[in-house]
Design a protein around this ligand. Structure first.
Ligand SMILES: Cc1cc2nc3c(=O)[nH]c(=O)nc-3n(C[C@H](O)[C@H](O)[C@H](O)COP(=O)(O)OP(=O)(O)OC[C@H]3O[C@@H](n4cnc5c(N)ncnc54)[C@H](O)[C@@H]3O)c2cc1C
Length: 457
């Protein structure tokens, strides 16, 4: 192979899910030439098969404080970068306990340690917020910042940002193999035989991407990390009409969670089954039945025959600390430099978000690794767009995603985003704080109202 034909400044990213697109945006914003190759259409994998739970970190805090902090940072960045991805009017999440003996202090202490704001909710108010939910009198309830989001809207926003920054995005372009010379990765070859050379290849193919480096996902990683990679499958159940508008999770009932995506309720459990490969998205009826059991336990009025139900499964790779490998509990955003793995491969990274919620963290983590590897000396001139709240950073996708005649507001008390009809500009607040005696006026409560109104124009 001649040196000339294999020389390229390009960084090739394989995979157009939330990991690949957030990294493409970050690298392109830093002025690097980026080509992203997606086998199918953007968001074809776990990114749009997921539940749309934007984690604040609260769920992970009792077991993984560092992970909770990373989640919290990414959460803030999501809210800045793409407030329109928040499901309108669904409110913040309520964490509930169901069993008499559950001690909630394990959770509250962890939230305090992770600096995640929470608020204890009175039992009396719960019935109003969750009219159909059977809440035992012993239940403890807390409001956390977690939100229901539409990952397709977030993805669209990333596509626009990365393209504006100069990234080339190609769909329907499966990568068949890596081009390798000795221990150096020189680029990729697509299924149609096209060779694309690169100075660095980043595999962001999630459960399927590992096939390009045989055996990689299933072995314990090498010298650099203390993590193990596992392909995990989870099940979800969609019920229509929706059961309630508020997201909630019941921490001591298998992590039974409810995320409203109007007009559906998406329900799931914190159950992640280790599977052999990323193609395994077959629904296991017994797993769906487990979700139904919790639906019937907590929504006793639900009659199965009265709901349109749809169930599906998705798989994702998780990198888990080998000290704490309980599946699903400890997903880590992970960047693997294959030059430090066995067999050592130069110019190749693999990335795993762990959770879609961690996308911003993964992108920044990857950028750091890329900077070190490529010894980038030019200072990064542009900030990634999710660090900005300038109105010009909001564009077309905002207009496309936002319901007609509505405006987004940030509640200054808790940072929540609510969507209101545009002709009802009055002292509104987020669903929770609306119920409190409102001390401040609309103007002081919504300092960024002007910015958001300007976006509308
Ligand atoms: C059922 C389920 C529920 C979940 N719920 C949540 C949730 O509520 N909140 C949350 O934060 N996280 C959730 N997750 C986790 C989250 O969805 C994943 O961590 C995240 O979407 C992974 O994004 P990704 O871009 O790495 O992978 P993916 O979205 O899977 O994208 C990988 C892409 O790479 C492409 N690709 C693969 N191989 C090739 C190749 N050879 N050539 C070209 N392209 C290739 C695929 O087509 C795919 O589009 C859930 C996951 C599952 C499975």
């Amino acid at each position: 192979m001649s040196a000339q034909s294999t020389t390229s400044n390009r960084i090739v990213i394989v995979g157009g899910g939330i990991s690949g697109l957030s990294i493409a945006t970050q690298l392109a914003e830093a002025g690097l030439p980026v080509t992203l190759l997606e086998a199918s259409r953007l968001g074809f994998g776990a990114t749009t098969r997921n539940q749309g739970w934007l984690h604040s970190g609260a769920w992970f805090a009792p077991t993984q404080i560092e992970l909770a902090r990373k989640c919290s940072e990414s959460f803030q960045k999501t809210m800045t970068f793409c407030p329109e991805c928040v499901e309108p009017n669904s409110g913040t999440m309520v964490y509930l306990t169901a069993d008499v003996g559950t001690d909630p202090s394990r959770w509250t202490k962890a939230w305090e340690a992770a600096e995640i704001s929470y608020q204890k909710l009175a039992y009396e108010g719960l019935a109003k917020q969750f009219p159909n939910l059977s809440i035992p009198r012993t239940a403890h309830a807390y409001q956390l910042p977690d939100r229901a989001i539409r990952t397709d809207v977030l993805l669209h926003r990333l596509v626009v940002a990365s393209q504006q920054a100069g990234a080339e995005i190609r769909t329907d372009t499966p990568v068949a193999r890596l081009i390798q010379h000795d221990d150096r990765i020189l680029g990729v070859e697509t299924i149609r035989g096209e060779q694309i050379f690169a100075r660095l290849v980043i595999l962001a193919g999630n459960a399927k991407g590992g096939a390009l480096v045989p055996g990689f996902h299933t072995h314990t990683a090498g010298r650099q990390t203390d993590v193990e990679f596992v392909v995990l499958k989870a099940h979800l159940l969609a019920l229509r009409p929706e059961l309630c508008q508020r997201p909630f999770c019941i921490v001591d009932a298998d992590g039974f969670s409810h995320i409203p995506h109007r007009p559906n309720s998406i329900l799931g459990l914190n159950r992640w089954l280790p599977v052999g490969n990323g193609d395994d998205t077959q629904v296991v009826p017994a797993e769906v039945e487990r979700i139904w059991e919790q639906v019937e336990r907590f929504f006793p009025s639900v009659r199965r025959e009265e709901h349109q139900a749809l169930s599906w499964a998705g798989s994702t790779v998780q990198a888990m600390s080998i000290d704490d490998v309980e599946p699903g509990r400890t997903p880590l955003p992970t960047v693997v430099d294959h030059s430090q793995e066995a067999p050592a491969l130069q110019n190749l990274l693999s990335v795993f978000s762990g959770r879609a919620s961690l996308w911003a963290h993964l992108a920044m983590q990857t950028f750091q690794t890329v900077s070190e590897k490529l010894e980038l000396t030019t200072p990064q001139t542009n900030m990634p767009p999710w660090c900005s709240s300038r109105k010009e950073d909001y564009g077309e996708p905002y207009m496309a995603a936002k319901p007609q005649n509505s405006i987004l507001y940030h509640c200054q008390k808790c940072g929540n985003v609510v969507c209101r009809e545009s002709d009802s500009i009055q002292p509104v607040c987020c669903d929770t704080h609306m119920e409190e005696a409102c001390e401040c006026s609309a103007e002081t409560q919504y300092s960024d109202l002007e910015t958001l109104t300007a976006i509308d124009n």
